[in-house]
Ligand binder design. Structure first.
Ligand SMILES: *Cc1c(COP(=O)(O)O)cnc(C)c1O
Length: 402
C-alpha cells in the first residue's frame, strides 16, 4: 500500500499553508521528483531559495566537507566558515561594515528592528519608528509582522507598540511628508515587492529614499531577502541603482537550501550591537555558512551570476514575445532577472487552474497576490527548459481563456 502523505499531513501538521498535494521524493538540477514518479521543472525554487537549482555539485561538496568537520559549535567560538562568509558579504557590498547572522528572513527583519532602535538610542537623535510600504512583506514573527503591511497576514495578531508608518509605494511626496511629520529612524523597503505581487519600486522613488535618509539622518534599509543572491542580476538588487543603503537584509538564497539569514550594516550602523544585545543559539550555523560560501563561489568566482543573467534575459525575451502575440491575455510583466511577475486577464480562479494545468505538464510555477503568476527560477535554468515552459504556458493560457 502506498502512503497517503496528504492525509497524514492534514492529520499531524498544522495547516498554515495551502499545500499542493505533491509529496517530494528527491530533487536534482532544475527538477523536483514526487513519490508518484512525476518530474517537475522547478520555477519556484522553494520560494527563491534554491538559486542554483538542486543538488548542485559545488554545494554538495561543501555540505559533505563541513558536515564532517563540525555541524554546530554555538556562537561563543570563532566560526571560520561564518567569518569568511561575513567578510565576503561586506567586501561585495559596503566594503566596510559588519554582518549579523540569524537563521531566517524573519530573523533578519527582527535584527534590523533592534539595530534601528539601538542606533537611534545611541545617536540620541530623538528619532523613532520605521517607514515601510503598503503591501510590503518582511516576515511573520511578531516584530517582523509589524512591518509586513498585508492585512490578510497581520490582522489576527497583536501589534508591538513601536511606531510604524505605512506609505504608498512610489509616492515621493507622501514619503517626504510622513518623514517630516514623524521623525522616524529608518525606512525599510523591498526593491521589488515579492509577496506583494512582484512590483518594482521606481528608480526615482529609490533615489528619493536614499536622499531623504541622508538629509533627515535616517537609516536606509533594503530587504533583499527575496531579491538578493544574484536573483535580479547583481548580488543584491540595489546595486543596479546609484544607492547607498545602510543595512541589507538577506536570507532565502544565501544558504544554498539551508536556513541562514541576517543583516549587513555599513559604517553608520556596523558598531551598534554590543555583547548581549542580540543572538540565537543556532546562528550562524557552520553548515549553512559553508553552503553560503559555496553559493558565493559559484556566483562570483565561477561565473554563475553572469550565466544566470544571460539565462534570465532569454526567459524575458521569450515572455515579451508571448506578450506581444497575446496582449489581451498577458497584460503586464514586472520584476528583474529571475524574479518575474506575469499579470494576465485571467480570473483568480483561472490563474489557479493554469497553475494546476502546468503541474500536469510537469512545470511548477507560483501564484502570489491572488492573480500574479510568479516565477522564481534557478539561475541555472537552461534554454530548452525555458522553451518547454513557454510552449506549455502558451498552450494552457489559450485553452483556459477559451
Ligand atoms: C520571505 C521573505 C521574508 C521572510 O523570510 P522567512 O525566511 O520566510 O522568515 C522577508 N522579506 C522578504 C522580502 C521575503 O521575501
Amino acid at each position: 500500500m502506498t502512503t497517503n502523505w496528504q492525509e497524514l499531513d492534514q492529520t499531524y501538521i498544522m495547516p498554515t499553508v495551502q499545500r499542493l498535494p505533491i509529496a517530494i521524493e528527491k530533487a536534482e538540477n532544475n527538477y523536483l521528483y514526487d513519490t508518484a514518479g512525476n518530474r517537475y521543472l522547478d520555477l519556484f525554487t522553494g520560494l527563491a531559495v534554491n538559486i542554483l537549482g538542486h543538488a548542485h555539485p559545488r554545494l554538495m561538496k561543501a555540505l559533505e566537507e563541513q558536515g564532517h568537520r563540525f555541524l554546530h559549535i554555538s556562537n561563543i567560538f570563532l566560526n571560520p566558515p561564518a567569518i569568511r562568509l561575513a567578510l565576503r558579504l561586506v567586501k561585495h557590498t559596503f566594503g566596510k561594515g559588519k554582518v549579523y547572522f540569524g537563521g531566517s528572513g524573519a530573523e533578519a527583519t527582527e535584527a534590523a528592528i533592534k539595530l534601528i532602535h539601538k542606533w537611534a538610542r545611541r545617536e540620541q537623535n530623538g528619532k523613532e519608528g520605521i517607514v515601510v510600504l503598503k503591501n510590503s512583506f518582511h516576515g511573520r514573527t511578531l516584530g517582523a509582522l509589524r512591518l509586513t503591511r498585508q492585512p490578510g497576514v497581520y490582522q489576527d495578531y497583536p501589534q508591538p507598540a513601536f511606531p510604524v508608518y505605512e506609505v504608498e509605494m512610489n509616492n515621493i511626496a507622501e514619503l517626504r511628508e510622513v518623514c517630516r511629520q514623524n521623525r522616524p529612524a529608518a525606512i525599510l523597503v523591498e526593491p521589488i515587492l515579492g509577496a506583494g505581487g512582484v512590483v518594482s519600486l521606481s528608480e526615482s522613488f529609490l533615489r528619493a529614499i536614499d536622499d531623504l535618509c541622508a538629509e533627515e539622518e535616517m537609516l536606509f534599509c533594503v530587504d533583499e531577502i527575496q531579491t538578493g543572491m544574484g536573483r535580479t542580476g547583481t548580488l543584491f538588487a540595489y546595486q543596479q541603482f546609484d544607492l547607498t543603503p545602510d543595512v541589507i537584509l538577506f536570507a532565502k538564497g544565501i544558504g544554498g537550501g539551508l536556513p541562514l539569514g541576517g543583516i549587513i550594516a555599513g559604517e553608520r550602523a556596523a558598531d551598534v550591537f554590543k555583547p548581549g544585545d542580540h543572538g540565537t543559539t543556532f546562528a550562524p550555523s557552520p553548515l549553512s555558512a559553508a553552503m553560503g560560501n559555496a553559493v558565493l563561489d559559484v556566483l562570483l568566482e565561477e561565473g554563475g551570476l553572469e550565466q544566470g543573467k544571460q539565462r534570465a534575459d532569454y526567459l524575458w525575451r521569450r515572455l515579451e514575445a508571448l506578450k506581444e502575440k497575446y496582449p489581451h491575455l498577458i497584460t503586464g510583466m514586472d520584476g528583474r532577472g529571475m524574479m518575474i511577475g506575469i499579470r494576465t486577464s485571467l480570473s483568480a480562479e483561472n490563474v489557479i487552474r493554469l497553475q494546476k494545468e502546468l503541474l500536469t505538464d510537469g512545470i511548477l510555477v507560483n501564484v502570489t497576490a491572488k492573480t500574479v503568476i510568479r516565477l522564481l527560477p534557478p539561475l541555472t535554468l537552461k534554454r530548452e527548459e525555458t522553451d518547454f515552459f513557454i510552449q506549455a504556458l502558451e498552450k494552457r493560457m489559450l485553452q483556459i481563456a477559451d
